[in-house]
Design a protein around this ligand. Sequence first.
Ligand code: GLN
Ligand code: ZN
Length: 768
Amino acid sequence: MALTHNLGFPRIGAQRELKKALEAYWRREIDEDRLQTIAGELRKQHWILQRDAGIDLIPVGDFALYDQMLNTTALLGAAPARFNAGSEEIGLDMYFAMARGTPSQSAMEMTKWFDTNYHYIVPEFNADTTFRIASSQLFNEVAEAKALGISPKVVLIGPLTYLYLGKEIEPGFNRLDLLSRLLPIYREILARLASLGVEWVQMDEPLLALDLNDAWLANLDQAYAALKDAGTKLPKLLLATYFEAVDNHAARLKNLPVDGLHIDLCRAPAQLDAFLDDYPTGKVLSLGVIDGRNVWRADLIRALSVLKQAQFVLGERLWVAPSCSLLHCPVNLELESRLEGEIKNWLAFAAQKLSEVSVLGRGLNQGEDAIREKLDASNKARQERRESPRIHNPLMQERLLRLTQQDSARTSPFAVRQTLQRQRFQLPLLPTTTIGSFPQTPEIRQARAAFRKGELGNLQYLEAMRKEIEFAIKKQEEIGLDVLVHGEPERNDMVEYFGEQLWGYAFTENGWVQSYGSRCVKPPILYGDIYRPEPMTVDWIQYAQSQTVKPVKGMLTGPITMLMWSFVRDDQPRSLTALQLALAIRDEVADLERAGIGVIQIDEPAFREGLPLKKADWKEYLQWAVEAFRVSSSGVRDDTQIHTHMCYSEFNDILPAIADMGADVITIETSRSRMELLDGFGQFKYPNEIGPGVYDIHSPRIPETGQMLELLEKACLVINPQQLWVNPDCGLKTRSWPEVVTSLERMVEAARLLRERLEISQTETLPA
Ligand code: GLN
Ligand code: ZN
């Protein structure tokens, strides 16, 4: 019999119950017992939901109060020394201190989990790192599940992935050296699980989806050899990979001393053959045929035919699963009452995906006829989707046909544009600006919410937002900034705001996905051809411009960020969807220009996160991503200044592509890395103008003028001051007005001081 299983279930709760409980706990409104009770209830609910969906092996250990990597750090007793008060057990306080920091200890770093929008807590390693079992949470959860009659398949982050994703906090230290210390503890954990009656353990080793060097690969064999049961009884191991093809390691993986493998056939369907070929007898092969990274209903007929082909080779040893943990998709479609019925019928969230897995299992075990109805329904939904007039928009198709080569190039080269823009705007040396948003005060949020609920009329809302804009403009003039922004009061989210006005987008009420800790995002669903029926931002920006003689920057979200932060259609290449988004934004840019707006910023904070996991695929991505940005930004006159903004600090490896985007000005995050990033920009000779962020907007600390001046001077060493802008790292929407005003006043002062110094040094070097 083919078994069905799940790799992991979202833990946040269908109504974000975990988020609410966590935040109440952090505010000390509930105590630890209450938090643990709520967490336990959620686990129970989720296990029962999975069992009722018909899943045979249900994951235990996939739950976390904050993050699964942090859970592993706690389980393995690997808390960094600054948190470790020598206690035996890592309790809740220490757990949250590691995640969030305390007044005296800085939090551990957080970074993106592969190419998802989930962020994990990065383990810290040095030569002193030791391991021991320091948390009984996992074992308690196993007991909890057993008490409910759930037969648990325990999920662990594998030892290689755990080490790989950590960082070395000591120069010259190699974290791989810790493996020999780590493995005995894994063995101990496995033995304890075996004694609790756990039969299977899923070892997540997604590192295999990355470009790995030989050292890591060679250690894989050794590591798993050390986790074989010899003498002591250990559970069987299923080594799980996902997010990319691993067929380049097929031979090695098939020979690994484990009892089964899981591979992702949604991201990499072609890898199946390499595994079916000579698959060792006695080993399970789990096939991820239901996409855990998207929200579309599966093509069950196709999935079943793939599975049947595998069943022919594998027989009983075939398992059916989602491609990866369902952590990355929303919980339950049934809660969506406002989605159009037609669109709803195209979708599947975590609960529905598990039903699909279970149906496929039944189809394998009882024959196709047993699931005929389900196959037909899936087929019908897909056909309806293919043919739906909601998806195909002749206006966009026609727009695409009109696209020409010239559309992705500005009229003149940068040097010409720069001269014309300088004549037009007459900005001082080191112009000052901000990234777009100003504080989203409670009043702004209330006004938006009231408007949504219909409690605030159109006119009242318009007036409320205009007041905010007036206020922001007045403040910026007082502060003495050179290029102003309207402040984005009308936007709750930089993607949702545009998605709501474009055709081809749908929105959920509860489609939450965990981003980190208690933070969730609700990505909109891009289901059809994109079309912009009317201008989206022009009125607001024009109003802002009417309040000042200084230039106001129009503010738009770029095509790649729209794409990356949405669930996107799977019926056409992402590159084409990006191009459609680009065309919609291009039209908005043109409308802004026509309305007299001379500076337009197209934000692309998600540009880098679109990079594929494997370097070999980068070139192709960069090519269409850059092209999309160029299409969105090139339809303007030479004297219109295009800005872009990216908020992260690692892009030295893609600098040529960023230069190729051709923005006249790029603003980036640099203050936290103390401008280190600029080395890359200096070496590469970034051709256009650039605004390295001079202060960290994530911190409530108000920066000192001197510190900013110092950073700017550092920047001047690698970048010609003629090319330099002065701005914060990112938007200011999470800050308060008093902080913002003082910080920006000091920033403007720093720019003024540097201008003075530069002018003096210029006169000094003039020949007598
Ligand atoms: N313009 C946006 C803002 O200022 C940019 C946000 C971002 O970079 N993530 O809020
Ligand atoms: Zn930013």
